[in-house]
Design a protein around this ligand. Structure first.
Ligand SMILES: C[S@@+](CC[C@H](N)C(=O)[O-])C[C@H]1O[C@@H](n2cnc3c(N)ncnc32)[C@H](O)[C@@H]1O
Length: 243
């Protein structure tokens, strides 16, 4: 991608997290992120395709995150925003990596999942975080009106086991430059893209797992059709799925 070609990097990367101890992170993504069972006793995670890139150890995860955030900064126009989801375990690592990648670290938005998570001792684990920052100054943005606590339940009908709610992603996308280009290098089922198009932004998405690339392509095509009122085949050139 060309240097200085995006206005925001909004993404929900593999967290390389899950569980309570170091060894837990090497479990399958379904057992880590969809750890409850359905009425027939089948792990609900079995309903979803596994996704890749989620088993790095802590040093590897930090290094890798700083690498792609550094490359993201090369793609960023001056003042572009960065927003990266993470959980409570990896929050300190992601705030470090954003700065290692060269972005100005500006804060954390809390996503309150309405306490739907499994009961845990003391506090329920019902919040994820979106670490945000910018490529230099943000002096040309209007004064903030969006709260840094966004409450929203995860979607009931998911196509990806860690699919983000569309309303949550629309709230984040809305603060980016109107009409700008948003990159999600780990788009999963493409929710960032659907939100971007619904909010009148352009979208570039990348996904490594073939199954989720196909899901994202179909969702983004439908969103584009809705946003433009035209058949997406006419207006969109999808890149190749690279095996
Ligand atoms: C946490 S999920 C994103 C879910 C997304 N927010 C949604 O709403 O569906 C992260 C995705 O990144 C993909 N992934 C992992 N490593 C990747 C890589 N190196 N390049 C592109 N995609 C990658 C995984 O296959 C997974 O689908």
């Amino acid at each position: 991608m060309p240097t200085a070609s995006i206005d925001a990097l909004v993404t929900d990367p593999p967290y390389s997290s899950g569980g309570m101890v170091r060894g837990d992170r090497t479990n399958t993504t379904a057992s880590k992120y969809v750890g409850f069972t359905s009425a027939d006793g089948r792990p609900n995670g079995g309903a979803y395709e596994e996704f890749t890139g989620d088993n790095r150890d802590q040093r590897g995860f930090h290094y890798w995150t700083a690498l792609w955030l550094g490359e993201g900064l090369r793609l960023a126009r001056p003042g572009a925003l960065v927003m990266v989801f993470t959980d409570w375990r990896q929050l300190p690592t992601v705030t470090d990596a954003i700065q290692a990648g060269g972005w100005v670290y500006r804060g954390v938005v809390a996503w309150d999942k309405h306490n739907i998570a499994r009961p845990r001792p003391i506090f329920r684990s019902s919040v994820e975080f979106c670490v945000w920052g910018s490529a230099g100054s943000v002096a040309d943005y209007p004064p903030a009106t969006t709260s840094s606590i966004l409450a929203c339940a995860p979607p009931r009908d998911r196509e990806h086991m860690t699919q983000k709610p569309l309303d949550l992603m629309r709230s984040l996308v809305k603060v980016t430059r109107p009409g700008g280009t948003i990159l999600d290098p780990f788009m999963g089922s493409g929710t960032t893209g659907v939100a971007a198009l619904a909010e009148g932004r352009q979208f570039v998405g990348v996904e490594l797992t073939d199954h989720y690339y196909a899901v994202a392509e179909s969702r983004v095509r439908a969103a584009l059709g809705q946003a433009t009122g035209r058949d997406s085949q006419d207006v969109l050139d999808f890149g190749e799925s690279v095996a």
